[in-house]
Design a protein around this ligand. Structure first.
Ligand code: SF4
Length: 197
């Protein structure tokens, strides 16, 4: 499903967990994570204290949600990045707000957990809110760029000097049962449609 809303296009792709594993490249993706300055600083991110394959296999389906965000041309590069991260947090909060509407499901956010001002892991402490902590597809070793190419017929863009025209926010809903696609798109448009410039 593709739906264009003021400053973004929403893509949804329903897949089985077996299909998701076609994009599981743990050594490559978790290798990138190990070079991140935040590596080991968030409980939502690698290195994990659980088995990723076992975790994903608790579910049978995954709905991958791609938000293609048009960047605000009135902002300079650094303002754009700040705005992108603010919007990402907003989309994550909105997705979490509808998780309970889908029984036996768990959302995967874009980026790292945002629940605390600074993550307890950075101070060597256990997670403050394990019930609110959510992972991302990347943090589980999933190659997002290939998903965007295959499922959304598009490509990821990054900042290379100039800001690109758009950036992606990629989230997901893992579920034990199939999620009605009409209901999912209706709920996403309802909660995401209020986010905009
Ligand atoms: S809930 Fe807080 S302590 Fe737990 S992963 Fe998120 S930011 Fe870190």
């Amino acid at each position: 499903m593709n739906k264009t809303i003021p400053n973004f296009t929403l893509h949804i792709s329903e897949n089985s967990i077996e299909e998701l594993f076609q994009y599981y490249f743990p050594h490559e993706i978790l290798g990138y994570c190990s070079k991140c300055p935040n590596f080991g600083a968030f409980w939502s991110c690698p290195p994990h204290d659980f088995d990723i394959v076992e975790y994903l296999n608790q579910y049978k389906f995954v709905n991958i949600i791609g938000i293609k965000l048009s960047l605000n041309k009135n902002l300079d590069s650094s303002e754009s990045i700040v705005d992108y991260h603010a919007q990402k947090k907003c989309f994550n909060q909105r997705l979490l707000s509808i998780e309970a509407d889908f029984p036996y499901s768990e959302i995967l956010i874009s980026g790292h957990c945002w629940q605390c001002r600074s993550c307890a892991r950075d101070r060597g402490n256990p997670c403050n809110f394990p019930d609110k902590k959510r992972h991302s597809l990347e943090s589980l070793g999933i190659k997002i760029s290939e998903i965007i190419k295959d499922k959304f017929n598009d490509s990821l863009q990054w900042k290379k000097g100039e800001m690109p025209e758009y950036l992606y926010i990629v989230q997901a809903i893992l579920s034990d049962k199939r999620i009605n696609q009409v209901e999912l798109s209706r709920k996403l448009i309802e909660v995401f449609g209020r986010i905009g410039y």
